[in-house]
Design a protein around this ligand. Structure first.
Ligand SMILES: O=c1ccn([C@@H]2O[C@H](COP(=O)(O)O)[C@@H](O)[C@H]2O)c(=O)[nH]1
Length: 280
């Protein structure tokens, strides 16, 4: 990282302002759902994601490829190519690699190299379950974003994240405090909080101040946009503070040859709904 203006947080601040959007388009390319013209093609996954990226780039504050969808298809080289395309064509839009890594420090060193050096991502999602020494290797990559799972969007997240620790405080709030205080001396940390749990978004926001929140769960998972924005907003800074992801609802808006235009239409209406909620 050469200058502070290139940090993930700076990129995000610029993208919120210049794009006027808190929408993040997620790339979860399921081979069974690609349009017929791309199914079975050697670079079909890359072509699908590239067309959607090109159709939506003016509508987003971030892109988020989900690692498993590429790795399961032996398509890591297509992921590298996609991120290179995003960085070349849209250098002002940060790229979050969603790989939810978590392992002992010596291994985490390699996961960090994978995300930031091999793939060239600006930020990566990580699992805090194994503690701070497993997060530190990512923080050694100055300026890169480290996005820690806090209150995930899935129903089963409550199995552990709602367990009471520290005199009745739920685990996810304990994670929010660690992330905002002890762990964040370099300012690189953000949190994942699901749109499916707006009450919890509000509790996390109250703890973490203006820390960016990655919020998946609108669209296919049914999270409510108005409730999400109300819960996650930063007072006096509307239109900032949240990276609100939608993947399947945008990617698979049409199963036909018009998939990129259909993706754009859904991305635009989602961006507009986020904007309108933020202006209330
Ligand atoms: O708590 C979490 C953390 C990550 N995700 C990821 O976000 C997208 C959501 O996809 P949709 O199609 O918009 O539901 C996906 O890549 C998940 O792995 C999440 O959903 N919840």
């Amino acid at each position: 990282m050469n200058s502070r203006s290139n940090t993930f947080n700076q990129q995000l601040q610029s993208a919120w302002a210049s794009q006027g959007s808190m929408l993040c388009v997620g790339f979860d390319p399921d081979p069974k759902r690609l349009p017929p013209s791309l199914q079975g093609k050697p670079e079909g996954i890359f072509e699908f994601c590239r067309e959607i990226a090109d159709a939506t780039a003016d509508l987003v504050c971030a892109f988020k490829p989900q690692f498993a969808y590429f790795a399961s298809q032996r398509a890591e080289v297509q992921l590298e190519r996609l991120i290179r395309h995003l960085k070349d064509q849209y250098p002002h839009i940060p790229v979050i690699l969603d790989s939810k890594r978590g392992d002992i420090g010596s291994t985490a060193d390699h996961y960090a190299q994978e995300a930031f050096e091999r793939y060239g991502a600006d930020a990566v999602t990580v699992n805090p379950y194994m503690g701070f020494d497993t997060i530190e290797p990512y923080l050694k990559h100055a300026g890169k974003g480290v996005i820690v799972l806090c209150r995930t969007s899935n129903p089963g997240g409550s199995d552990l994240q709602f367990l009471n620790v520290n005199s009745g405080e739920p685990l996810y709030l304990h994670v929010a405090k660690l992330a905002a205080q002890q762990w964040n001396s370099s300012g690189q940390i953000s949190l994942v909080v699901g749109a499916t749990f707006p009450e919890e978004i509000a509790k996390v926001r109250a703890i973490v101040g203006d820390m960016p929140l990655l919020i998946p769960g609108i669209g296919a998972q049914g999270g409510d946009i108005d409730a999400t924005i109300k819960a996650g907003r930063i007072p006096n800074a509307p239109g900032t503070g949240m990276i609100i992801n939608s993947s399947r609802a945008i990617l698979y808006a049409s199963a036909g040859s018009d998939f990129a235009q259909a993706a754009r239409d859904v991305a635009q209406s989602t961006r507009d709904a986020l904007r309108s909620a933020a202006s209330k």
